[in-house]
Ligand binder design. Structure first.
Ligand code: GLN
Length: 537
């Protein structure tokens, strides 16, 4: 097994995840099996209990772990389902070490950061490779080099490298700013972050320079000289219009060949031709599809965080491109609809209400859904968006005033969405971590429905993350009024997909289809939504 570690320097949010994903795709395209791993430095066991402002999207795998959004990028780029082995946090590592200590598994030794914690980290990294039967495991370290809390992970790298020098390499991703006042690209911050790595006994094999523009020869020479790498091993990773172009940009610099040669591996045949044609489709699409994402918005200081919905955004893009459309996504804060009305939705081709929790902004979502239903604008509801669509229908078609989810109104006279019985117990015991209905569950589709037509088959499996469900007490009433439950759990108990007749496209899923859309294989529901929208234009 070979290992490639990817660390970041200068600033966070550099696109290390896209760099790692691209590297995975490039090496996969050269015939190698890849297992990408994300290491997060926080003490949380998983991302499920971290608020979106802190962490962005929580991505869910088939085996139901709530992970970092980078796993979503890995899955989208290398098109392989990942598992809990592909996600490591400091919390998991410490928990395992402390459990072993309590079980006397260290045989009376004093348990120390090095080697016990580092051994646990190395063990988990190796397991991640084995779980995917990988030739190459790519490990992305969250955060930036030099942070106090990630030191032990860098120590684990150093030790693994020391023991397997020919099988382990390090890629450092740094940022080269171009300050407005200077108008010149500066390489010093990258030099500094490599210095920090050096001070930990680590010499990177490659320096990937993120910047607005490609790195010129002069700066490559300086980075090579001061960072102790070959000039050809300084790789440019400039801003490009689409993240799906990054693998091509890196591949055109022979990054894959250079990595394989350092690892003593030969490239096997295969190429990135699928990916090249995807990028030319992306560039070629000219007709615009205007899609509103009506959700609860998250701010940090003066800025809005869009990466809370990153998989939704990517899924919409995949489906638009497959219809030769250029996505134009409009961020609509549902609280703004509550204050200013739905006028903002005029001239929109399609409306999406994504997943969410809590009461903030829900009335605005319901207003937007009413608009979509009445004005026959294509609508796709994802998890909370499906629950809100059911509430809207109950209130405005069935006339059940104050119908709601008990998540928002515990005393609703019409709890059309209510907590699942096993979930109620968990919440009473304050068992919040990893206890939602998570991961892949089977679903049966009803023949003759739009959902069935979209998938073209009866049995599907989709990923979930929720505690509430459609209240079966209201099913008869809903169905009588034309509300279709087009997908259920195999025992028929849980409503998994809802849709409306006499509407070009109005659908909601209790699951999150966005976790399974891939750029080369858009998700059937997103595809059907965009197709419906395209036909109406
Ligand atoms: N808050 C809702 C629930 O827990 C929906 C969750 C979601 O959108 N992921 O059921």
């Amino acid at each position: 097994m070979k290992y490639i570690f990817v660390s970041g320097g200068v600033i966070s949010g550099l696109g290390k995840g896209i760099t790692t994903s691209s590297l995975g795709l490039i090496l996969q395209s050269k015939g190698y099996k890849i297992s990408p791993v994300k290491v997060d430095m926080y003490l949380n066991i998983d991302a499920g209990t971290i608020r979106p402002q802190e962490h962005g999207e929580v991505f869910v795998t088939d085996d139901g772990i709530e992970t970092d959004q980078d796993l979503g990028h890995y899955e989208r780029f290398i098109d392989t389902p990942l598992t809990r082995a592909n996600y490591i946090t400091t919390g998991q590592v410490y928990q395992a070490v402390l459990n072993k200590e309590r079980a006397f598994e260290y045989d009376g030794e004093d348990v120390e950061a090095i080697p016990h914690v580092t051994d646990e980290i190395i063990k988990r990294i190796k397991e991640a490779g084995k779980a995917k039967n990988a030739d190459i495991t790519i490990i992305e370290y969250g955060g930036t080099v030099g942070e106090y809390q990630n030191g032990l992970f860098f120590e684990a790298y150093r030790i693994l490298k020391l023991k397997n020098p020919a099988d382990v390499i390090h890629v450092h991703v740094g940022y080269l700013p171009i300050p407005n006042s200077l108008g010149e690209m500066k390489s010093k911050p990258v030099q500094q972050s490599v210095r920090v790595l050096n001070s930990m006994g680590i010499q990177p094999d490659f320096v990937v320079g993120r910047a607005s523009y490609p790195i010129d020869k002069k700066r490559k020479e300086r980075i090579a000289l001061f960072c102790n790498v070959l000039e050809e091993d300084v790789i440019s990773n400039p801003d490009v219009p689409s993240i799906y172009e990054v693998p091509l940009v890196l591949s055109d610099q022979d990054f894959g060949e250079k990595i394989l040669s350092k690892l003593g591996l030969e490239p096997k045949s295969k190429d990135l031709s699928d990916w090249r044609s995807l990028v030319s489709t992306i560039k070629g699409a000219s007709e615009v599809a205007k899609i509103a994402i009506v959700g609860k918005y998250f701010g940090t200081g003066d800025y809005q965080l869009e990466d809370v919905y990153v998989s939704v955004i990517e899924s919409l893009k995949h489906a638009c491109w497959s219809n030769n459309l250029k996505p134009s996504l409009h961020w609509i804060d549902s609280e703004k609809i509550e204050k200013e009305g739905i006028g903002i939705l005029e001239k929109i081709d399609g409306i999406v209400v994504p997943g969410g929790f809590g009461s903030r902004g829900t009335e605005g979502m319901i207003e937007a859904i009413k608009f979509a239903r009445e004005r026959k604008v294509p609508y796709l509801g994802l998890c909370y968006g499906m629950q809100m669509a059911t509430i809207e229908f109950a209130r405005n078609v069935l006339g059940l005033k104050d119908a709601n989810t008990t998540e928002v109104d515990t005393d609703s006279p019409h709890p059309i969405i209510h907590i699942m019985p096993d979930q109620e117990k968990k919440l009473l015991l304050r068992e919040y971590g990893a206890t939602m209905r998570l991961g892949a569950w089977d679903c049966l589709l009803k023949p003759g429905t739009k959902a069935y037509a979209a998938y073209g088959k009866k049995e599907i499996s989709e990923r979930h993350r929720h505690r509430y469900e459609l209240n079966n007490k209201y099913r008869g009433q809903l169905e009588k009024a034309g509300f279709i439950i087009s997908g259920t759990s195999p025992d028929g108990h849980l409503a998994e997909i809802i849709e409306l007749k006499d509407h070009p496209f109005f659908m909601g899923s209790q699951f999150h289809p966005e976790f399974k859309s891939r750029p080369l294989r858009p998700h059937p529901l997103f595809k059907a939504f965009i197709e419906a929208l395209a036909q109406l234009r």
